[in-house]
Design a protein around this ligand. Structure first.
Ligand code: IPM
Ligand code: MG
Length: 356
């Protein structure tokens, strides 16, 4: 089959990790006889430099015309002084909104071969980590009304956390369905002891629970969840939560599995193609040095393949990553421990590719 993939290299380490993932996709194409046509489009800092805006219209239309979108990462100090709506991150939020990608799926798995990279106590790590964060992606504080004005004590600023039942229902449905297909446990994370929006969230998710008798639903306050992810991450199967809480908790979930350089994500909606990206940022401090970990982007490419209903191909990519980690001594610097061989981003990509 022929597939059209829109590719956003992005900023910082984005182009390096994307290059590794595209090589892996090409290897998959060769092995399984598919043709992936990559169409490069601009977003983020590079789009600002080239066009003056972080999300050019052509990018949105090219993404809509594709079968899936692969993204590296956007942002960097060069664009930090720009007003909010012109920052690279506004491009990312804009594409999520333009494609209606309300469901962000972020799996966090501790590979046995990376147990040494796990910062948790060995007895905690030994219980394993295999969870999925289902993060709401087009609502809440990221998209609520905000402002900045002169107040009585000088400048004051505000952001609004707002959710309606439709938004809560559709993301929790993904949470229930994801849990149903796994170990049947769903933890809904909120701050219902303080926030009205969380109380509506909690009420709604409980109303839905009757339709999923096979799923065990729990609530957890977000502060407790932050602690539980370190104390006993094995207790989690699927987490469903708001945009802001999901942003924070998924970084934490990634670090307890060894490195933020390992976590992939997919962002899905109803009508448009999905967007697949590592959860890490553009890491300007190591950009252009061939030090980045390409695994999160390679695993994002596996999620992309699965969204195209190419399950065997997706499995082949995941197996290649697992075998790289369990059968070779090669590691990028973020996950290397004593006695292992530190390699760069492109070499690490080649090793994975070799297992396709
Ligand atoms: C993420 C990132 C983004 C977010 C930033 C870059 C806007 O942290 O995808 O988790 O907050 O959603
Ligand atoms: Mg984040």
């Amino acid at each position: 089959m022929n597939y059209k993939i829109a590719v956003i290299d992005g900023d910082g380490i984005g182009p390096e990790v994307v290059a590794a993932a595209l090589n892996v996709l090409n290897a998959i194409g060769k092995k399984f006889k598919h043709k992936f046509n990559f169409k490069r489009v601009l977003m983020g800092g590079r789009a600002i430099d080239a066009t003056g805006v972080p999300l050019p219209k052509e990018t949105v239309s090219a993404c809509k015309r594709s079968d899936a979108v692969l993204l590296g990462a956007v942002g960097g100090p060069k664009w930090d002084k720009l007003p909010g709506h012109l920052r690279p991150e506004a491009g990312l939020l804009g594409i999520r909104a333009a494609l209606g990608l309300y469901a962000n799926i972020r799996p966090a798995v501790l590979y046995p071969s990376l147990a040494d990279a796990c910062p948790l106590r060995p007895d905690i790590a030994a219980k394993g980590i295999d969870l999925i964060v289902v993060r709401e992606l087009t609502g809440g504080m990221y998209f609520g009304k905000r402002g900045l004005r002169e107040g009585k004590f000088g400048a004051e600023a505000w952001d609004t956390e707002k959710y309606n039942v439709m938004e809560i229902r559709r993301i929790c449905k993904i949470g229930f369905e994801t849990a149903r297909a796994r170990r049947g446990k769903l933890t809904s994370i909120d701050k219902a002891n303080v926030l009205e929006s969380s109380r509506l969230w909690r009420k709604t998710v409980h109303e839905m629970a009757a339709d999923y008798p096979d799923v065990a639903l729990d609530d957890m306050l977000v502060d407790n969840a932050a602690m539980q992810l370190v104390r006993n991450p094995a207790q989690f199967d699927v987490i469903v939560t708001s945009n802001i809480f999901g942003d924070i908790l998924s970084d934490e979930a990634s670090m307890v599995t060894g490195s933020i350089g390992l976590l992939a994500s997919s962002s899905l909606g109803e009508k448009n193609p999905g967007l697949f990206e590592p959860i890490h940022g553009s890491a300007p401090d190591i950009a252009g040095q061939d030090k980045a970990d390409p695994i999160a982007t390679i695993l994002s490419a596996a999620m992309l393949l699965r969204s195209l209903k190419l399950g065997a191909e997706a499995n082949a990519v995941e197996t290649a990553v697992k075998r790289t980690l369990s059968e070779t001594p090669f590691r990028t610097v973020d996950i290397a421990s004593a006695g292992q061989t530190v390699v760069g981003c492109s070499r690490m990509g080649e090793v994975v590719e070799g297992y396709i």
